[in-house]
Design a protein around this ligand. Structure first.
Ligand code: ADP
Length: 744
């Protein structure tokens, strides 16, 4: 550019000369211009060359700098290389000196590395192994174990563990393998590294331990089986001793003889209770406790257990009863017999350790779903209580709070252990809350399935909604039980332990202009107190019906007539059944005093009606003469007519001929056993085939129950026969009145 510029200047400077003499030779002006031009061009060339030289110089410096840096990097790389070599040496040293077998293989199974332990174990060299597809022989019983786990290598933490027997040069050895996936930058599995440790010694020790444990368990089961058999065998003669003593006590005896016979009975009963505990415990220990999942009525089961305990509670002058929260369902699935056993154990203890007040069995639901409920049972007593530090050990076998109290209260120390085992078998929990001197709450919680096939109508949980009820019960526990039951059914309860307080409540109700729909009054109070309380309640009812209900004890003999004359038309025997309570407080009568609902006339019968009913006839099939006499005596005492036969063949003939309400069938009998006889009865025509048959046997094992049920028997009663149990059973299978309807 600069050259062109200078050339232009020179041309402009010479323009005249060029224009004026185009053909002449150049003048001095032109020579000067040319000289200037050449000088300028030269100057420019010198400048340009210098500039290029400077640039070249700079570049050379930069190259030298880079060369320096490269040298440093090279040195660092060399160092790193040396480190890597060292670390590889160390790693190789480590791997090679390991006892563990180490092998790496590609996903296709080609071995890429083996350590010397691996080579040694399989008696091959690294040269032979690396590059090959070698796999050790795996014991047939362990084959497939690793393959099943393989997908585990593809997911974090990218390793799997398994034990297998492989064939080594020492024979079959147990190897515990850990396989790792070695992954690249792109998270792809490159290789699989397996590390195996020989755990043969540990496996052998484990196997020995297991077989020793199995042997010990088998021995334990055999011992329990032996105990179960022995205690079962003892129960049979005990049946005779106790039964005959009871019969003896009913004959005419001198006072002294009566005392002796009574002592025989009491000792016999104590012995039987111990034998029963041992039998139960050994059955559980022998693994023979099979639960019977059947539909059952939860409310009935708990109420029946309380009724069985009532006699003992009354003897000690304490109360017992059950209450149910409003959401407790009636029809469930489970083992009602075992549930009753736990309630009887806990309730029996509660009675044993309570001198005043009473025992309340409260049932509630802690969780409910479509299919089932978690039911909480709380057995609360107002007894001696238990110190906190011994509470945990109570559920252990043969554990009792102290030997002093043991001597005073008796018992084997097995009841709670048995209850715990049963509850655990039902997948439930059991526990206690108690303070010394402050009573105890023994509780257990179990899952029960709802019986959705039940056809009986459930009780209306709101049946007493809005009813105002006055309750006067001198026993605080009984008062609380009844008040809770009434409230759970929707009633508004004014509950009192004292008749003066109750009178005061009546006066207050009058002042507030509120009448009572019913009054439940303790029959133990003096007659005068009861009738004046009844009068006061009726006085404020202003012509509306107010039901007066007398609360009686199981053993209370009271002339009801004077009370009837004073408006007490109803009575309830404690422990009160929930259904009866509702019926008494809600039943409607026609104008002429007849029961409107026919069910009620069956449920609430007067003593006169009980007597008027024809007693059911029972067929008793039993070959043992002593047992026959005993059963006959018990049935006679229950007011039942009995016919005896001594084998199954005769039982079948008797059912064919006669008209019986129920058969009590011994299982083991000559000629034809009870099972075959039942099968033949079930094959008969008409309604004879459906007669209730109750198995009666001293065998206490679950297999026996199952055999009886499979033959078509309806229920099972074990010998020695208990009067209460037999009565309950007969009540359940015939329409013989139950204990509740028998007060007079
Ligand atoms: P047993 O009653 O036959 O001795 P259990 O296993 O049923 O055996 O009870 C163990 C012990 O727990 C009893 O001996 C008693 O010391 C204590 N116990 C159980 N229930 C109660 C209770 N309701 N109140 C006070 N102590 C109790």
């Amino acid at each position: 550019m600069a050259c062109i510029g200078i050339a232009v200047i020179v041309l402009l400077y010479n323009i005249d000369e060029i224009r004026g003499a185009p053909t002449k030779a150049l003048g001095p002006k032109s020579v000067t211009a040319a000289a200037i031009l050449i000088a300028a061009v030269l100057a420019i060339m010198v400048y340009d060359t210098r500039r290029k030289f400077t640039r070249l110089n700079n570049q050379a410096e930069r190259v030298a700098e880079m060369a320096d840096r490269l040298t440093v990097a090279m040195e660092a790389l060399n160092d790193a290389n040396a480190d890597l070599r060292q670390s590889e040496e160390r790693y190789r040293g480590l791997v090679e000196t390991q006892d563990a077998l180490i092998v790496r293989r590609t996903e296709e199974g080609r071995l890429t590395f083996v350590n010397s332990a691996f080579c040694d174990q399989f008696a091959m060299t690294a040269l032979e192994l690396e590059g090959s597809h070698f796999t050790p022989d795996v014991h047939p019983e362990d084959s497939g174990v690793a393959e099943q786990l393989l997908p585990g290598l593809g997911v974090p933490p990218y390793n799997i563990r398994y034990d297998q027997r492989v064939l080594t040069r020492e024979g079959w050895r147990w190897i515990a393998w850990v396989d790792y996936a070695i992954r690249d930058d792109r998270e792809q599995t490159r290789e699989i590294q397996s590390i195996g440790r020989d755990v043969t010694a540990r496996k052998l020790a484990e196997e020995q331990l297991k077989s020793a444990r199995d042997e010990a368990e088998a021995a334990n089961r055999a011992k329990s089986s032996f105990l179960a058999t022995v205690s079962h065998e003892i129960r049979t003669p005990m049946n005779g001793i106790l039964g005959m003593t009871r019969l003896l006590l009913e004959t005419e005896l001198t006072e002294q003889q009566y005392g002796y016979a009574g002592a025989v009975r009491d000792s016999g009963e104590a012995l039987l209770a111990i034998i029963n505990d041992i039998l139960d415990y050994s059955k559980i220990e022998a693994g023979k406790l099979a639960l019977q999942e059947r539909p059952f009525n939860l409310v009935n089961t708990v109420e029946q257990a309380c009724e069985l305990l009532a006699a003992r509670a009354v003897e000690r002058d304490i109360a017992i009863g059950a209450t149910f929260a409003a959401n407790v369902p009636e029809f469930l699935y489970g083992d009602a017999g075992r549930l009753r056993q736990v309630i009887l154990n806990l309730g029996g203890n509660a009675i044993k350790f309570t001198d005043q007040g009473g025992v309340m069995v409260a049932v509630s639901v802690t969780f409910e779903s479509e299919a089932g409920v978690v039911v909480l049972f709380e057995v609360t007593d107002s007894g001696i209580g238990i110190e906190e530090d011994v509470q945990d050990s109570l559920f252990e076998e043969f554990s009792q709070v102290d030997s002093g109290s043991t001597r005073r209260y008796g018992g084997t120390g097995l009841g709670l252990a048995i209850s715990q085992r049963i509850v655990q078998r039902m997948k439930g929990q059991i526990g206690v809350e108690s303070t010394k001197g402050g009573g105890s709450v023994f509780w257990f919680m179990i899952d029960l399935a709802i019986d959705s096939t039940a056809t009986d109508p459930p009780l209306d949980g709101n049946a007493l909604r809005g009813q105002r009820i006055l309750l006067c019960d001198r026993n605080k526990v009984s008062c609380e039980i009844i008040a809770r039951s009434l409230s759970a059914l929707g009633a508004i309860v004014s509950a009192h332990n004292d008749s003066d307080q109750a009178l005061h409540a009546v006066a207050e109700a009058e002042a507030a202009g509120k009448a009572f729909d019913a009054a439940l009054i303790d029959g133990v109070l003096p007659q005068q107190t009861i009738t004046s309380l009844g009068e006061a309640v009726q006085k404020i009812s202003a012509g509306q019906e107010c039901r007066l209900v007398l609360l009686l004890q199981v053993d209370q003999h009271l002339r009801l007539e004077p009370y009837r004359q004073n408006g007490f038309e109803y009575y309830l025997v404690r422990p009160i059944r929930r259904r009866t309570l509702v019926q008494i407080l809600t039943e409607v009568r026609t104008d002429d005093g007849e029961w409107l609902d026919s069910r009620l006339s069956q449920a609430i019968v007067t003593p006169a009606e009980v007597e008027a009913k024809a007693p059911p006839r029972i067929l008793l099939a039993e070959d043992n003469r002593i047992n026959q006499m005993l059963a006959e005596a018990i049935l006679g005492k229950l007011g039942l007519e009995t016919e005896c036969v001594e084998n199954g063949r005769l039982a079948v003939e008797a059912v064919q001929r006669g008209d019986y309400s129920l058969v009590l069938m011994d299982v083991n009998m000559p000629q034809m056993d009870g099972l075959q006889a039942t099968r033949e009865i079930r094959a008969m025509d008409g309604n004879k085939a459906s007669i209730p048959i109750i198995a009666m046997t001293a065998s206490a094992m679950d297999e026996d129950r199952q055999r009886c049920a499979a033959a078509g028997m309806n229920d099972y009663i074990s010998k020695p026969i208990e009067v209460d149990e037999l009565e309950r059973m007969i009540g359940q299978w015939t329409d013989v009145p139950t204990v509740e309807t028998k007060a007079s």
